[in-house]
Design a protein around this ligand. Sequence first.
Ligand SMILES: Nc1nc2c(ncn2[C@@H]2O[C@H](COP(=O)(O)OP(=O)(O)O)[C@@H](O)[C@H]2O)c(=O)[nH]1
Ligand SMILES: [Mg+2]
Length: 567
Amino acid sequence: MKAARLKSVEFKLYEYLINLRSFYDSLDAEDIIAGIGEYVELVKTRYYKIALIGVFKRGKSSLLNALLGHGVLPADVRPATATVNRVTFSPTEFAEVFFKDGTTREIEIDQLDDYVSKVGEVGRRNAAEIDEVVVGYPSVFCQNYIDIIDTPGLEDDERMTEITLKRIEEIDAAIVVMSALSPCSQSECELIVRLLKSRNIHDIVFAVNFIDCLDGEEDIGRVLKSVEEKVRHYAFQALDDEETIARAHRILDHMRIFGISPKEALAAMRTNDRNLLKKSRFPGFQDELYKIVTSAQTTNMIAKVLAFVRDSIAELEGRYNARMLRLQAETETTERALRGMIRIREQMGAYVDGRLDEISRRCWERIDAFRFRGEHFLPIRSMILDRAARVRSPEDVPAQCAAACRAVDDHLRAQYKAAAADMRAAFLEGVSALKGVALPSPGGKTPAAELYEIVTDAPPPGAYDLAPLRLGGPVREGGLFIALEQAAFAQMSAVADRLDRWLTEMRGDFCRAFKRLDSAYLQEYQLALECAYEERCEAAEFLKMSYRRNRARSDLMFESIRSEMEI
Ligand SMILES: Nc1nc2c(ncn2[C@@H]2O[C@H](COP(=O)(O)OP(=O)(O)O)[C@@H](O)[C@H]2O)c(=O)[nH]1
Ligand SMILES: [Mg+2]
């Protein structure tokens, strides 16, 4: 791809990631948002990690030192490297040790031997506790965010092998380091296959060291050719899945293989020996490696970001669907509750009305018995007749009359009390029946309990507060019965009025209490449910819209990046 086109893709990716962030914001995908931050950084820096990998004592550390132009890291005839050492660019030299327990320590560069080398007791002890050593160095090679990682190497001991293989998962490219004297051992070939299988490794460069031990140009050419053939042969035999085979073709068809002598290169740098440096073939290798790495940096970054975007879009779709389903389920539940609430309110209203009518009918019967004389008429008449029958002479009249008055008065008083008690009982029974109606009871108080309180707290129909029964005018013998009867009837209708007033007041109280109850929380509850329902509907609509809009925008951008890259 042309540089200008790469730049445009890079720019689009950056914009895309920033857009993606707002997309995820609406879905609370904080983990993905954090990931986006890392990839935004990656677009800016194109950070790239390349690791030296191979069997021990093949000159990995020597090669790295030659790249740095100095003997920074320990190299030895004995296996020397015991830790993973990452060299990163820094204008001033530093070394920082990251321990497995999470602590870190800054050390001097010349103390490195004590930490990264397994030669010597101190180094061996320290190395076991170390996760990684980071060496900052003003290396031209490492500027522009390229880190080189030196590994302990395979085959030396199991722990070193494990430390090395673990790193394969996090690198972008590998330099496989072999010796020209014994290249392509079984474990080297296995290692190469393993590197080819790793999805994140986009480049593999082959460095065949120790060419100074070979017999001139021809011999070097022969060894390199044989390494190339062996590696290809072994790899394509060992690989079986399509994706890996395609990657292997890309990496192995035009194999980047170099015969070099890091040892001679280092010696030449020390002594400023131009001829020896040329003989080491190191400058050519270094230039090529730099070109490979810098051009891979961008494509590698693009591939990584695209892979991340593709994965996160898939992840997001899953989350969106799950969220949508949850919202829909919540909406349905709320809607059901709301419908239930409306029904309950209607039923409750109808029920209270029906009950009240029933109660009133019972009360009216009692009241009518007084107003239309009903069952009280005969007993009162017989009381009066009884007293009238005792009149023997006109002198008896006042006494019998007073006794009749008292008897009728007592009778009416008792009947009035009984009627009042029964009317009150009718209300209480009606309220008790309400207890059977299933209603929500916020605050622990049921509507029935509340109404019950209202009835019991209401003043009773009252004590007998009518004036005692009195006869109007002088009582004459003939008109006695009629006067007494009329007075009794007047008293009865006064009682009826009194009871009627109480019933009207009670009904009013009852209805008002029910309305208060209904609006205090049944209606309130319904309103809350209505709000919740609307909120959920709106949230679902908003989610759907923002997802669709973002998704469409995201697809469009993704398509434009892809088409740009394919051209
Ligand atoms: N003759 C020769 N010796 C080398 C070359 N590269 C490294 N060595 C030596 O091989 C030994 C092991 O090197 P080292 O870099 O420690 O290997 P590592 O274990 O792979 O890191 C050291 O003594 C180096 O000096 C080379 O190209 N030619
Ligand atoms: Mg080493």
